[in-house]
Write a protein that binds this ligand. Structure first.
Ligand SMILES: O=C(O)[C@H](O)[C@@H](O)[C@H](O)[C@H](O)COP(=O)(O)O
Length: 246
């Protein structure tokens, strides 16, 4: 079964806190329900997931997760030095990963210490090692959950409009150099994101109203509209982003 954006499930929740709490509960349930093996999760970047990280770090939430079974990856990363204020990993590490008992060798930040092209290839090797193959197999997803955000230009991960990476059909990780962003980016490609049991978009704020409407229609003219999953797709949006009264 392949799901495209026209067949994504949508849950509209009161506010961004409710969206983050729903995602936290979904992550907890996913870890509990997966019988064997590690639970491979690709975190989204930007500001939206910060509330989720803070909620998951709360003792009453963190204690519900067997973190020894969780393996953390990233959907994209700004190509900045480790610890840089714009680093998605720095944000996740500060708000969540440093506060839960996840084994250090199960946290996989995207490398940013050589060239973006070389770092993308290095991260592909990390993914291949975790997956156990250099070829993605239908029915055996690379990720249990891929978390994604939505940009006001319709990008997701670092799949920005007009970028060559949108046409990448083989590599799992590539680079982007969007003119609208201050840094080069590393990003999962469409094939890598498609190799997922579940893709969850977290979309909050009234500035996302136009793009969320286009995303829900499966508008292929925006990068996020072209996302597919071999599993399911869920959009968790707050009422502001859905243009609904809270
Ligand atoms: O590294 C990034 O910036 C993200 O991966 C990017 O795709 C983000 O999810 C959207 O730009 C939404 O960003 P906000 O959550 O800050 O609105």
């Amino acid at each position: 079964m392949t799901t495209d954006m026209r067949h994504a499930a949508v849950e509209v929740l009161k506010d961004s806190e409710a969206v983050a709490m729903e995602m936290a509960k979904l992550l907890i349930a996913t870890v509990k329900e997966k019988r064997e093996g590690k639970v491979r999760i690709a975190l989204s970047g930007g500001s939206t997931p910060k509330q989720l990280f803070a909620i998951l770090a709360r003792p009453e939430m963190a204690q519900q997760v067997d973190w020894s079974r969780v393996e953390i990856f990233y959907g994209d990363e700004r190509h900045v030095p480790e610890g840089h204020a714009d680093s998605n990993h720095a944000s996740a590490r500060t708000l969540l990963l440093s506060k839960v008992s996840i084994p250090a060798d199960q946290i996989h930040p995207m490398p940013t210490d050589t060239t973006a092209k070389e770092d993308a290839a290095r991260y592909q090797s990390v993914l291949e090692k975790a997956y156990g193959s250099t070829t993605l197999e239908a029915g055996r997803p690379l990720f249990d959950i891929v978390m994604l955000g939505l940009g006001t230009d319709g990008h997701t991960a670092s799949l920005f409009p007009g970028e060559p990476v949108l046409e990448e059909k083989k590599a799992w990780v590539s680079v982007a150099a969007p003119s609208t962003a201050p840094h080069e980016r590393l990003t999962l490609t469409y094939p890598a994101i498609a190799s997922s049991a579940l893709v969850v978009f977290l979309v909050t704020g009234e500035n996302k109203v136009p793009m969320l409407a286009r995303l829900r229609q499966g508008d292929g003219s925006i990068p996020s509209g072209r996302i597919v999953s071999e599993g399911k797709i869920l959009i968790l949006a707050d009422s502001a982003a859905a243009g609904e009264p809270s």
